[in-house]
Each structure stands twice: as C-alpha cells, then as structure tokens.
Write a new protein. Sequence first.
Lengths: 407, 116
Amino acid sequence: MDDVEDVFHAEYGRAVSVLIRFLGDIDAAEEAVQDAFTAAVQRWPTTGLPASPAGWIVTTARNRAVDRYRRESTRAQRQAEAALLHAWSQSVELTEAVEECAVHDERLRLVFTCCHPALAAPAQVALTLRLLGGLSTPQIARAFLVPEATMAQRLVRAKKKIRDAGIPYRVPHEADLPARLRGVLAVLYLIYTEGHSASSGEELVRADLCAEAVRLTRSLAELMPDEPEVLGLLGLLLLSESRRPARTSVEGALVPLSEQDRSLWDRPLIEQGQEVVRSCLRRGRPGPYQLQAAIAAVHADARTAQETDWRQVLALYDHLLSLAPSPVVALNRAVALAEVQGPAAALAVIEALELPGYPPRHAVRADLLRRLGRWEQARLAYDQAITTAGNEAQRAFLTRRRDELEA
Amino acid sequence: MTQYLLSVIQPVGERPAPEAMARIGADVAALHEELRAAGAWVFAGGLHGPESATVVRVGGDGGQEVLLTDGPWIEAKEHLGGVCIVEAADLDAALEWGRKAARATTLPIEVRPFLG
C-alpha cells in the first residue's frame, strides 16, 4: 500500500526519535516503530488512513513496546516495570509528543547524536540514513557498496558506542553548536555526493541517496530555520539536483556542465533552490555552503553555457577560497579563471596546486592543455585522468575527449 | 552518572624541558582542583615510565606458579603516562574534561567509559 510507504518515508525518523527519547534505547525504539508500521500495513487498507498517521504510528509503537516489555520481563521485574511504565505512559511530555508530534520534534536531538564527532564518519552516515532516513541495512550497504554484514556490524557498533559511552541525545550548547552543525552538514553533503557521483561502480547517479539527502536537509532546514548554512546546503543540493536529468547521457556517460541540455534541467527545483539561496544570503552571514549554492545559482541563471556570468562565478570562488581555503576549491576556481582570463592563466594556477591523487585535477589540466592546443601533453593528462577516474561514466567521458584529440 | 577513564597518551622517551614541565604540573594541579570543585573528581595520578613496570601472569599449570616479566605488557611508541577518573553525566561532559586534560598535559587523552 503506497500510503504506508509514504508515511514511512515521511515519519519514520520522527517516530523513532520520539520512541528513543522515551525508551532510552535505539534498538527497542526501532523495533517498536517497525512493529507499528507492520500493523499499519495490515490495518490501513481496510480502515483507511488515520487522521494523524504520525500520531497513530507513535501511539501504536508505544503500545507495542509496552506489550513487549511485559512479555519479556519476569514476574519479579514486572512489578517494578509496571510502575515505571505506568508513570511513563501517563507522562505529560509523552502525551504531547504523541498527540502533537511536531511540537517537540525529537529528530533534531537525534541528528546531533547520529553525527556526534565521537563516531567515525562512515558510522555517522550509516546511522543518519538508518535512524532518520529509515533506510534498511541492506539498502545502505548497497548504496555504499559494502557487504551487508559489514554495514550491519558498523551500525551495531555505532549504536553500542552511543549506549556504552553515553553519547547524549541533545542539541549542543550554543558554544559548541557551530562546530557540531558543521559536522551534521558534512554528513548530509557526503550522503548527497555519494549519490551524485558514485566514487566507484558503474552507476554515476544513485538517485535514492540524493533524494534522501535532500529530504533530510529539508527537515533540518525546517528544524533550524535560523541557520543560514543549513539553508545554504539545502539550496546547493536543490540546484545540483535540478541538473541531474542532464548530467548523464542515454548511454550513461557523464555530460559536463558546458555540454548539458539545459532544457532538461528541473525548473521548479531551480526556482526553489534560488529562492532558498536568496533568503540565506540576505542574512549577511555567508558560509561555504551558501557560496557554493550561490555559484550553482549563477549557473542555473544561464540559459546557455555561453551566457554564464563567469566573472560572478570567479568572484564567488574568490570569496569561498578566502573563507574555506582548500586545493579542491582552488581547482574549481581555476576552472572559472580559465573562462575569465583564458586557459593559460588557469593552467599556471593548477600546476602550482598540490593535489596528488585527486582525479579531477588531471581532467581539468587535460582540458586546459587541449584548449591551448598542446595535444601531446593533453593526451598524457587524459591518460592519467582515465586511469584515476572513479567510475565508468567519468571514464567514458574522458576517453571520448581523448579520442577527439586524434581528429 | 557514568565514570570515565581519561588516559594520558605519552610518547616514549621525549620529555619537555623543566620550565615546560613546571607549567604542565601547575596546569594539571589546577585541573584537579577544578574537578574536585565540580564534584567530578574520582581519582587522578601520573605514572612512572614503562621501564618501571612488571607484568604478572598466572602460569599454565592451573595457577600454581606466577610468572613475572620485566617491562610493560606491550612495547609501543606511546605508553600510559597517567590516568584520571571522572564522574560525568554523559560523553559530552566527559569529553569536556578530556579537552581540559589535553590542554593541561599537552598530550592526547583517551576518554573511555567504565562498565556498568
């Protein structure tokens, strides 16, 4: 039944976070929420959707958890727990959480738990997708191309560390918030980029991961509407997502921005993205995600590649480089520089960059050499780029470019 | 409340200059005072070097004989320089003590919860 599926996607994270708050245990909360959705699959087709599906799920999950505790506890434990459960089910907070669900949104606490810096980055990503996105362990394993057992173990370990080490369910204090929020945004960005440009394998775009990253970022933007960098990330993801239909050819090869059929770009997403970018930049607290989003917005404004306002793009990259200097940003800035000052100026910048083992550097260098007519060096650079490319789609594109040099 | 072990990870051999050591000693003493004032204090102490260690093992003969070996249980580039046990509400609070300890000792600190 599609309704249950929709409610699952929309409400799983919310329900799990509410149940974790009141059960104090992730596994018990997941189990209870899954029980509730199983009940929904059986019941909703005949009864129809309840007035508040989210409230129904949370209430049912709570009741299932109570039943389970009763069933699994011994008589001795039962009396002590009965008192506890009674107090718990009568608690004002829980009643509010069940009835209004959205008022006390527990998801925000859970986001910061999942993305706690005491957990390794892969564990943060997996937990976020699992607990907030409701993705199953096999789904996450497939998305990150690791064996299911590996992913299961990663999740078990992460949950155990949360429990044993006492990682709190809490939105960090103001002093810690900027750094902790950067960690959360990095996880969401990582989920998107993994979906957008698979680091290995044949499929360039794993759309489900992209969609999940956008969904999670939208939720975070609703939960933290006053954080411009959250909006910045949302704008960046929406604008990147708008180009997805044009990003691969029918044969599955990568199509670079300059050659994309812009009529395939998703206009409603562009409008949403640009609106988000405008609203965050208005606050006058620019950050790395807002600037990258602004760059994407400039590209989205150009109806053809030739109409791109490269001066604007270059100015934004200059700003970005001053805020968040990195060789990767410098490389992207060089691409804009090539359009404003010509390929020779850009090549000089790139040759000075220390980026060993970063495949895009070879590709950019190859392109600049090609444009300068230095065929032999261009061919060598393409060979390097092809050898180091992360996926088939990129390899196909680079091979085509190299072969065009022959002609 | 949970108890957490803060282990000072010290490189073997290197020791700071005397005046730096004096500053570290003062900073660590100040941290101990702060722990006591906050009610987080359980225990803290520095250790002699790994060369002062002796490992005790029960032998394979049903525990009749005890084997002693001179030196630490593992030779490594780093060793346990000292420990501090704190009482903290959660990992964030324990990590905050860890940060202070890392600043005071100028060394990395491992933060780890006790069982139960």
